[in-house]
Design a protein around this ligand. Sequence first.
Ligand code: ZN
Ligand code: ZN
Length: 585
Amino acid sequence: MHSDHHLPSILKQCVAILLSSATSIHKLKQVHAFSIRHGVSLNNPDMGKHLLFTLVSFSAPMSYAHNIFNQIRNPRIFTWNTMIRGFAESQNPKPAIDIHRNMRILAVEPDTHTYPFLLKAIAKLIAVREGEGVHSIATKNGFGLSVFVQNGLVHMYAACGRAESAHKLFEEMSDRNLVSWNSMINGFVSNGKSIETLTLYREMGEEGVEPDGFTLVSLLTACAELGALALGTRVHAYMFKVGLAENVHAANSVLDLYAKTGNISEAQKVFDEMKEKSVVSWTTLIVGLAMNGFGNEAIDLFKKLERKQLTPNEITFVGVLYACSHCGMVDEGFTYFKRMKEEFGIEPRIEHHGCMVDLLGRSGRIQQAYDYILAMPLQPNAVVWRTLLGSCTMHGHSALAEVARAQLIQLEPKHSGDYVLLSNLYASEKRWSDVSKVRERMLDQGIQKSPGHSLVELGNCVYQFVMGDTSHPESEDIYAKLIEITKLLRLEGYVPHVANVLADIEEEEKETALLYHNEKIAIAFMLIKTPPGTPIRVVKNLRVCADCHIAIKLISKVYKREIVVRDRSRFHHFKDGSCSCKDYW
Ligand code: ZN
Ligand code: ZN
């Protein structure tokens, strides 16, 4: 057996050159085999370091890399870091934590590169306890002020759902680079903190930091959530200017922005002009069309995707099934569901089953929907039962509504929306004593309605209105406008939908005045603030109530405005006195 000390150093150099010039994992393995054959041991730190680094850079299977790592005697910090990085970037990041633990047991000195990858692994695992531990170890070892480590910590806390901790750390950083800003902006977006995202983006501009593609993609996501079309459009224009508009990820977020703000023709245009389209692009537009009430167009686009022989994913099918359900295409829905499994090998998830329950329930086949739930291979969750409860309400099926609600009480006893749905059902059957019983039970159990709000964008700002809102400096004008609106609507035959006043405790608390629902306030504000003919876009966090729906239809006619309302589950495009949902939502 040779020892590498006796080998001609030329052979060792050969192996080193081969290692660093290998262009595939296959080549690497050949070099590995060659070195074994010629007795060039890779178990010395220098050789092993090259091999491992190249392996990890090629995303080789980590089991192979780990095997080599185990053969290296006294690996140096570079090699330990390479292993942590390899695991952090793999599908199974957990061993990165074990590698770090062994490193500490063997008292290997960490360096600045150790923590960022370790934190990345922890972020992927959503292991905040582990992360806090590493935070204090890194601080103890004197890396607490390293910008790389701090960036890693910001990302880790945000990924673990601790946006506040991340932000606190971010605020304390003395030396912030673009990655720091991106980590925090993305951290806010992924935690649903869209308004904070816009604020932070503004601060970034004030500090003179130029955004890059990552920043803009996060920003577009926040704009899409808030319905901030004007800001989103400016971001889109900026992307053109800096040459990012062609990037497929960036273009997909632009597409998503237009789809989520109800600007479906613009979304279609972006899609058509994309030189490179991924399955995400197709899926975004399919889901966008379906949610905006263009079910047939969504199905047509899916057929086109098939003709291009692209492979749809599970989200594509959520869009397709949603489209079938909202267009009343029950048979087609079942056909697509079957094909999803059999042709594309996608195992239906609870979301897909939920779509099927909705498909049946929406079309009035309530009993079949219930039978479907009972026969489902997955345990039905609250969303599935709520879908059934929703269709019972829609079609006035109180027996199965009780069944669904009994399940919901077990699964999510504190969900206010379920009480609302049930009370709506009782109200439609004029069972007023049952309505008040539901309300009492809500009070007894201390169930708070999730507060309703509407968002509108004007100029550089997103304005939020809640019910009976008087916080706005111009609220006097707004309320005067509301009274004017009501007068004009009455001339058009508007009668407030009183049944809903009793039942709709979702948006109503004690007030009975439908006039003060937040979407009406938001629309009145926009009627004052924007020139005639400007479309109005409202984003609402709850479902729009029947009275507001009637009122907004008439406002679109009387004031000749196109009004787009995105509520919790779909879009309403109001124009000339009617709505794209055909009064069915
Ligand atoms: Zn309302
Ligand atoms: Zn509608």
